[in-house]
Ligand binder design. Sequence first.
Ligand SMILES: Nc1ncnc2c1ncn2[C@@H]1O[C@H](COP(=O)(O)OP(=O)(O)OP(=O)(O)O)[C@@H](O)[C@H]1O
Length: 702
Amino acid sequence: MPVLSKLRPSDNRIAEISRIYAIHRPLVQRGLTTGFVLYVLLAAYQGVAARPPTKDSKNAPAGGRKPPRVAVDALFYQRLRIILRIVIPSIRSKEALLIVMHSSLLVFRTAISLYVAALDGKIVASLVRGRSFEFLLNIIRWLLVAIPATWTNSWLSYVQNKLAIAYRTRLTREVLKQYLGEESETPDSKVYYKVSNLDDRIKNIDQMITHDIQRFSAHLAAIYANLAKPILDVILYNYQLSQNIGAEGLVLLTVLIQLSAALLRAVTPSFGTYTTQSAALAGSLRHAHSRLAEFAEEVAFFGGEDAEKEIIEKEYMSLVQHEEKVMARRWWYGCAEEGIVKWLWGSFGLVVCAIPIFFNLPGLSNVDLGSRTEGFVTNRRLLLSSSDAMGRVMYSYKDLAELAGYTARVSLLLDTMSDVRNGKFKKNLVASALEEENSKMINGRGKVFEAEDIHFENVPIITPNGDVLLRNLTFNVKPGEHLLIVGPNGSGKSSLFRILGGLWPVYGGTVRKPPASDFILIPQRPYLSLGTLRDQVIYPHSQEQMKARGISDADLLAILAVVGMDSVVGREGGWDVTREWREALSGGDQQKIAWARLFYHKPKYAILDEATSLVPSDMEGKMMEEATALGITLLTVSHRPSLWKYHSTILQLDGQGGYVFTQLNADKRLSLQEEKEGLQTKLLEVPKLKSRLAELRLLAGQ
Ligand SMILES: Nc1ncnc2c1ncn2[C@@H]1O[C@H](COP(=O)(O)OP(=O)(O)OP(=O)(O)O)[C@@H](O)[C@H]1O
């Protein structure tokens, strides 16, 4: 027949090609397997390699309106490298050792899985062949291998958790070092104050230091296992598989898997951005709650429950709406992922497993039913493990994206602290700050020198958001020359102290002042620490430091007696009682404790910011006299004329940017004040007198 005669030469050609292929097949197999391994490594590298950075993936703007998109890009790797240097400081560190242990365990577990896959096939084969002794022997092997297998799994999760804790500890230590300073350095950096007062980038630093660092560490510890292990598994399982079913099937399988994986990746939402947003929203909600707890009394007196509830509900709803959006995306992403990874890849795998059964591959001798079953069971197990591993490489992209989210948070924390330490702040400025003259002033920096006395020369006082309160302030205070500062609300009295304490930058002029350690501040509402009654008086000293200074509890009691607070020791149950002192003591008692603290420390200078507003005037006089007797120079803000007599100079701010600095003659000032008040009282009488005069005129008929 013409058709057959036409086909015959091509049939021959196919037969010839098959024969040549069969001869060279081992070489082709080796080539394909090597190509496969290289491909997996390249694909894995591409999977985790940086995507080109998006325009908005740089740092968040100050005030953080729209958060930047967080992606697995070059910026992420750059940030991660910096953090990795902190968490794994050297090749000999504990963390590096844990990673080596972790890696060895991961390899060991894969080796066990390979052995188990082969054993599984053997067990089924011995069943099919009906060989009871062989079956029993294999079951014993199965039980024996279970011992190292379970041991390895437990060790793996133990080492991973240990690694997470080790990372967290390193990172927390580093952050605390920057946040609260090192013992050796001058304590003037005060990052914990500046981060929240002079900079707008971080809203909830407590959340970042506690929760975000913990999540970052857990993700980083897991990412290693989630990434290294599946890549290793894919290579080892597939290598073994290519030995069993031929590399051709494997290559076909890989092509199909990669195509579907590319599809899945294309539809993967930006989980990194979601993670950063979730963390920020959770932080805001927590902040709203902690504010309510802190100001519960004020809110209670105002009956502000509804307003507070509205704020908290708003924060909660923002968080929930965001989580719901993420959940919805995760839902359909989960469907797509499971459909592709488990079912589609599973069916590909089964087809590939069937190759040695339906096709007689050269070099493979699946002759009897037992061998075929053994091959099928082993290959199927290998394939399941392999597709599971491949799936985990896919999941790890999601993990990597989440890690990118936490990395962005941790890196924002580290960058902001480092900027703040170096005097670089990002804050939303008031409109007037943009005027040319003001802007020049804000961008300038003054000189600060250490000296015995305080000397300000042409120093502007500018708030962190660029409001210029005073253009150039000049005054000086020598030890023993007590200064009174007066002025309307918001005129910059407390701001002056913030410059003295090194909290606010000096934007211009020259400041000579003693170090911040020579000052003690007593504000209207003094700070009471977490701790014992003794701790309140000696804060920030420890009991050891107190003893080292040669001060006993009896001396402390004598100090408390000066402020009329000695009875508090007996009343509260001794020096070692711990309470929430802010609630246990009245406002006036809190001020007295703060004064006792001043007498304990005897600093060179005391900053008294309405520090006697809640104590009776006789006690106030006693405390001022004691302070001056101890040689403490006072810088006082007070509206009480009764305090004038303790001061020799006065700085009067007018609230409009003007000021007067002069000697203070308290008696003269008092008599002037009395005269002024007398005249004011008389002036108040004038309208009354006028109307009476009009009445009298009417009655008299004039
Ligand atoms: N951390 C801050 N960030 C931005 N502005 C601030 C900050 N702290 C204070 N200010 C602003 O600085 C200005 C001066 O405040 P300051 O506390 O010095 O006033 P004051 O003269 O002590 O007033 P008062 O008598 O009411 O205590 C105020 O307008 C205040 O809003």
